[in-house]
Write a protein that binds this ligand. Structure first.
Ligand SMILES: [Zn+2]
Ligand SMILES: [Zn+2]
Length: 129
């Protein structure tokens, strides 16, 4: 019970970074000052493993439809993807997450981001509304 309460309070005051990363894939949030990166995720069906279309609901990734269109299962799991590709683009969803020491881990970030930007433009043009 205590844990639930703490979680609730944290969520309530947690910055949603809604004004951050509007045109880039990483940078500082103007509201909380944290350094953020976009991380991409896929939602898959737990029973048949098919990719399911996802949406954000209060910053939580959930499938768009309640049941799997392939097998009817309600269970799903979330898979983090390192690099977004065209096949996953239709299903991928991103979260703006705090990047702890991101620069040190990824010295080649800039190259990667440029590539990703191109893909992202096509995604937003085609299927994210
Ligand atoms: Zn923020
Ligand atoms: Zn399924």
């Amino acid at each position: 019970m205590k844990n639930i309460l703490i979680k609730f309070i944290q969520n309530k005051f947690k910055c949603t970074h809604k004004n951050a990363l509007l045109t880039s894939n990483e940078g500082y949030c103007p509201d909380c000052g944290e350094y953020l990166v976009k991380n991409y995720y896929l939602v898959r069906c737990s029973s048949c493993d098919i990719k399911r279309e996802a949406k954000l609901y209060f910053n939580q990734i959930i499938p768009k439809s309640r049941f799997c269109s392939n097998c009817g299962s309600e269970d799903f799991y979330i898979e983090k993807i390192d690099k977004i590709n065209f096949i996953d683009a239709k299903y991928a969803i991103y979260l703006k997450e705090i990047a702890y020491a991101y620069k040190e881990i990824c010295p080649n970030t800039q190259v990667w981001v440029n590539k990703e930007n191109d893909i992202l433009k096509q995604i937003t043009a085609s299927c994210w509304s």
